[in-house]
Design a protein around this ligand. Structure first.
Ligand SMILES: C[S@@+](CC[C@H](N)C(=O)[O-])C[C@H]1O[C@@H](n2cnc3c(N)ncnc32)[C@H](O)[C@@H]1O
Length: 306
């Protein structure tokens, strides 16, 4: 029997006793009844209060369980490599992993820093791909933290307008990567200051070199500049009317300069210095069909970092 029930029985009992005594002491009886009534009320409301509190606690517990599950899955996702994320996001699959092995450079350079809030720019949303636009954008969205800033640059403005709703948190700039005026506009619209930049655009030598010249200074110290599909530089279609040098040949010259302290005397003829290494190149890493150019960390004073 609960506390409330016991009080109820006492109240009824007392009333019965009062009747039996013929209400000899009616005033006393009324006082007793009033006391019992107020006790009953207090006990009922305290039971109701504890029941309500218990219900709140149950709801809070359920909410906490959901939060824990969310955090656990977030933690599990954060330890996934770039390749795992790229495979998990599902079709359409970017040619970064279907035709190429660019996951190697993205895993090597980006997976260790994926827990940080990063700002990125990729040239090439994929509007001319048979699998359609946004395949790599989807990977960046899944790979990078919630507070990261993601930008896609694309020459096909109509395609971007059509695809805009699917871009989610990814922002887009449009125009030709070969046009210095467009590149200046991209820098002003995005604010520059990128942690990494990916050139997966037109793949023509002049496009890659002109974009690099404008965008390299906007890379943060310690940042990475990825250039995909460099094999295209030796295809006839990759040459513009301006007969730009082949990007790979330019980069070979940069590497030759990088390997030697500036002004160092050489006994064997070095590669041509026609293409001077840009300021602040820390390293060049090349793999199948792609290279990454790393920018010197802020406090690095060695050779080309000064
Ligand atoms: C190889 S696709 C990008 C693929 C995409 N990143 C992916 O992984 O699925 C190249 C993209 O660059 C764009 N593009 C071509 N020439 C360009 C230019 N001059 N400026 C900017 N974007 C260009 C194309 O329209 C196309 O969307």
């Amino acid at each position: 029997m609960g506390k409330t029930d016991m009080l109820m029985v006492a109240l009824v009992g007392f009333f019965a006793l009062g009747c039996a005594l013929g209400f000899a002491n009616a005033v006393e009886a009324r006082v007793k009844i009033a006391e019992l009534e107020s006790k009953l009320e207090a006990s009922t409301s305290s039971e109701a209060k504890s029941a309500a509190e218990a219900r709140v606690k149950i709801v809070e517990l359920a909410e906490a369980r959901v939060k824990i599950a969310e955090l656990e899955s977030k933690l599990a996702r954060q330890s996934e490599t770039w390749l795992q994320v790229a495979q998990l996001v599902g079709p359409p699959t970017s040619d970064k992993i279907s035709d190429h092995v660019y996951n190697r450079m993205y895993d090597r350079f980006l997976s260790p820093m994926r827990h940080k809030d990063l700002k990125m720019l990729e040239i090439g949303l994929g509007c001319d791909m048979d699998y359609g636009p946004g395949a790599s954008a989807k990977i960046w969205d899944a790979f990078l933290s919630q507070n990261s800033e993601l930008w896609e640059a694309e020459v096909d403005a109509q395609c971007v307008a059509r695809y805009k709703d699917k871009l989610g948190r990814i922002k887009a700039v449009t125009g030709d990567q070969n046009d210095p005026v467009v590149l200046d506009r991209w820098l002003s619209e995005t604010g520059g200051n990128f942690d990494f930049i990916i050139d997966d655009g037109g793949h023509r030598n002049d496009q890659i070199l002109n974009s690099f010249a404008k965008l390299w200074p906007s890379l943060k110290p310690g940042g990475y500049y990825f250039i995909e599909d460099m094999q295209m530089g030796r295809h006839s279609g990759a040459q513009s009317a301006s007969k730009s040098p082949v990007v790979a040949d330019v980069i070979y010259q940069w590497i030759d300069q990088l390997l030697m302290e500036p002004g160092m005397h050489t006994h064997v003829q070095p590669l041509s210095r026609q293409h001077k290494i840009p300021a602040k190149v820390d390293f060049v890493y090349c793999q199948d069909e792609a290279c990454v150019i790393g920018k010197c960390p802020a406090d690095d004073t060695k050779f080309h970092c000064k």
